[in-house]
Design a protein. Sequence first.
Length: 82
Amino acid sequence: MVVSTLRMPEELHQQLKSWAQEEGRSVNDLAVEILAREAKRHRGLQAIERLAAIRERIRGECGELPDSVPEIRRLREERSRG
């Protein structure tokens, strides 16, 4: 485990301290959870950006593709009718 010092405004530290006390946790545990959640969210946003870039590249190479939703709905309705 890495030991690190984190500098933050006093007001933010007090907010974290109060929040941690309300939950019966340490400020460190709360901060680690918040940072882990934010890192996961950031990775998700990066993935979305990569997918958007791929979509734009495909759109540039192939043009606008037709919407597949109506066809998928039609196939599902046929399947449900048996």
